[in-house]
Design a protein around this ligand. Sequence first.
Ligand code: ADE
Length: 244
Amino acid sequence: MDIDVLTLFPEMIGPVVGASMLGRAAKNGILSVNVVNIRDFTQNKHRKTDDTPFGGGAGMVMSAQPVFDALRSVNAEQKRILYMSPRGRKLDRQLISDLSAEQKLVFLCGHYEGIDERIIDYWQPEEVSIGDYILTGGELAAMVVIDAVARLIPSVLGNAASHEEESVYSGLIEYPQYTKPRVYEGMEVPEVLLSGNHRQIHLWKFEKSCEITKERRPDLWQAFLKEERELDKEEKKILQKFRD
Ligand code: ADE
């Protein structure tokens, strides 16, 4: 997947996409992130990228020209463009999964009080919000999306089984996890996880996921119950326990 990130703060992006799983994906040629500094496209001698809003009001607005030219420089006409903005569509699993099927994506990160509306009118980006709060800019939001999308690209996660397992429980919050040692400061790992009985272990995990989801995220739980899932007899029994 080829990703262009258009930003006024290119130094924010590199360290994040160079680290951890994203870094590995980049090294393996699965993911390529091209960071574009919008300031490089200014045509004024002070390299100014913003100006005061027409009609007055607080703050500054990002000017159309450098953003237009930065978008043209990455051939954004032919790519899916995402504009990170608190007024956008709320990010969710569906959008992430949808984006992970794309070959090319462009992220436009705004700053200040907003960007000249003609950028939106002309380029028709999809506006995406990562939540109902205001960040100082779209960079962190873009990195959230890139991270979540990248791990859905086959072979990025490394361990294919992790995906499979996630899909069984997808829509549910994850069950508790433990690693060595078996006893830490007197606290023991649940016995079933040490049993080697894969069926019992699976059922335990499923039950825990149901329990935690129902308790903490009733919205996700209701959605999960509505989905027509292919569950076996014992899984159905567990589900039944948590139905009201
Ligand atoms: N830019 C500023 N706040 C944002 C948010 N919540 N989501 C996406 N982009 C943003």
